[in-house]
Write a protein that binds this ligand. Structure first.
Ligand code: SF4
Ligand code: SF4
Length: 388
C-alpha cells in the first residue's frame, strides 16, 4: 500500500467504502453479512488500508454499527474513521429541530447534536477522524449555510472539543456550488469528497471540480471511482482496447490507475463487496502506477463510447422511497443493456416474472428523481423502457 498526505495525515491511497458491504444472500436490501464483511475489513487492515468511510444512511443505518464493531479490535490510533452528517436528507422545522426526509423519512425528528452524538455512539468511538457534510449541493446548500440552525458552527465546536479531527464535505453538486461553499467557509473545510472516475471526468465535469477544490488548496477524496462497478464490467469491444495494451489488467485496475494519475487525489474509496475485489484493488495500490498519455487517450475513447449510457451508479438512494418497490438500479442496468444492443427478454430472472423489475409498474410519482444524486430523470426512463 502506498500513502498520500491529506489534511496533515498519512492516509492510505486506497480507502474502504462501507456502502456496498456483502449482504445476506447477496440481496442488496438484506442485512449486512457480518462474517463476510469482517473478512474484508480484516484483509483491508492487514494490507495497510487505514481510511474507512461510512455514512448515516448506508445499509439502512447498519453500516455505522458494523464498521465500529469491525474496527474496534484494532488500536484506535491505527485507523481513520470518516462519517457524514445527513443534512441532504433533512428539513428544518424550527427551534433547531430537523425532520428526516426522502429515503430517511420516518426516523424521529432530531437536533444536530442528537444526530452527531448518536453517530459517535453507533460507531463506538469518542471522535471521528474525518467528518463530512453529506452531499452539499444545490439542494442542501441552504440548510448547511442556515446560520440559525448552525450545522457548520456546531461541527466546528466539536472539532475544537476533539470530537472531530478534520472537517470536510461530500458533494454531487456542480463545480460552481462547491466553489461558492468553499469560498464562504474558506479555511473551515480540509478536504472534499466527489464522484471522480475517467467517465465522469467529462460526463459530470469532474475535471472542473478537481480544479476548484485544488484552487482552495484542498485534496480530493474519490467516491464512485469504478462507478458502482460499471467501469469494472465494460462492453467487450471497449475492454478489448484495454487488453490490447495490458492483457493481464482488470477493467477495475484501469479505472483505479486513472485516479492514481490525478495528483489532487488523497484517498480513493472503493466499496468492496467481495474478497476478490479487495485482493485485486489492494494489488493495484501496492505502488502508484499512473496511466501514461497513450493509456489516458484510450480511456478517454472508452468513456466517449459510454456517454449515452444512463449514468446510474447503483447507489440505491432511490429505492427506499419508491412506493412500487421497484428495483430501480437493476431496471436502469437492463435499460442500458437494451439500448446498447443487449438482449433483455423478460422482466425477471430466466422466465420468472419479477414485478420489482417491471418498469410498467412505475406510477411516475418522481420521488426517485428528486433524490437521485446523478439527476437521472428516472420516471422518463421507466416509461420509455416500458414502451420498448
Ligand atoms: S417515479 Fe416510478 S420508479 Fe420513481 S419512485 Fe415513483 S414509482 Fe418508483
Ligand atoms: S437511479 Fe440515481 S439514486 Fe437510483 S441507484 Fe441510480 S444513481 Fe442511485
Amino acid at each position: 500500500m502506498y500513502y498520500n498526505e491529506m489534511a496533515g495525515e498519512r492516509v492510505s491511497a486506497l480507502g474502504m467504502g462501507n456502502m456496498r458491504l456483502p449482504t445476506i444472500g447477496g440481496d442488496p436490501n438484506a442485512k449486512i453479512d457480518w462474517e463476510k464483511a469482517q473478512e474484508i475489513i480484516d484483509y483491508a487492515y492487514a494490507h495497510g488500508i487505514n481510511y474507512y468511510d461510512t455514512a448515516f444512511r448506508y445499509h439502512g443505518g447498519e453500516s455505522e454499527t458494523f464498521i465500529g464493531e469491525a474496527l474496534k479490535k484494532y488500536p484506535r490510533d491505527t485507523w481513520f474513521l470518516a462519517d457524514k452528517f445527513p443534512g441532504h436528507m433533512m428539513k428544518r422545522k424550527g427551534n433547531g429541530v430537523l425532520e428526516f426526509t426522502a429515503a430517511l423519512t420516518g426516523i424521529p425528528d432530531s437536533t444536530v447534536p442528537e444526530v452527531f452524538e448518536g453517530q459517535l455512539r453507533k460507531c463506538q468511538v469518542d471522535y471521528f477522524d474525518f467528518y463530512l457534510l453529506h452531499n452539499m449541493n444545490e439542494g442542501s446548500y441552504d440548510l448547511y449555510t442556515d446560520e440559525d440552525l448552525g450545522v457548520v458552527k456546531y461541527l466546528q465546536e466539536q472539532k475544537a472539543l476533539g470530537k472531530i479531527r478534520h472537517l470536510g464535505f461530500s458533494s454531487h453538486g456542480h463545480a460552481e456550488v462547491i466553489d461558492q461553499f468553499l469560498t464562504k467557509y474558506e479555511g473551515v473545510f480540509e478536504f472534499v469528497q466527489i464522484q471522480l472516475n475517467y467517465l465522469d471526468w467529462k460526463l459530470q465535469d469532474a475535471a472542473k471540480k478537481v480544479e476548484v477544490i485544488a484552487k482552495h488548496g484542498l485534496k480530493v477524496v474519490v467516491m464512485e471511482g469504478i462507478r458502482g462497478g460499471r467501469l469494472a464490467a465494460l462492453p467487450a469491444e471497449q475492454m478489448a482496447k484495454l487488453t490490447a495494451l495490458r492483457p493481464d489488467d482488470s477493467a477495475a485496475r484501469w479505472a483505479l490507475r486513472f485516479l492514481q494519475s490525478v495528483p489532487e487525489v488523497g484517498v480513493t474509496l472503493s466499496g468492496m463487496t467481495a474478497i476478490e475485489q479487495i485482493i485485486d484493488n489492494v494489488a493495484t495500490y501496492e505502488k502508484a502506477n499512473p496511466v501514461n498519455d497513450e493509456e489516458r487517450a484510450v480511456l478517454a475513447s472508452v468513456a466517449d463510447s459510454m456517454l449515452s449510457w444512463v449514468p446510474c451508479t447503483a447507489c440505491r438512494y432511490c429505492t427506499e422511497g419508491c412506493p412500487m418497490e421497484l428495483e430501480i438500479p437493476s431496471i436502469i442496468a437492463r435499460y442500458n443493456e437494451k439500448k446498447n444492443g443487449g438482449t433483455v427478454n423478460t422482466f425477471g430472472d430466466g422466465n420468472t416474472y419479477n414485478e420489482a423489475l417491471d418498469p410498467a409498474r412505475c406510477i411516475g410519482c418522481g420521488a426517485c428523481a428528486a433524490i437521485c444524486p446523478q439527476s437521472i430523470q428516472i420516471p422518463d426512463i421507466m416509461s420509455e423502457f416500458a414502451a420498448m
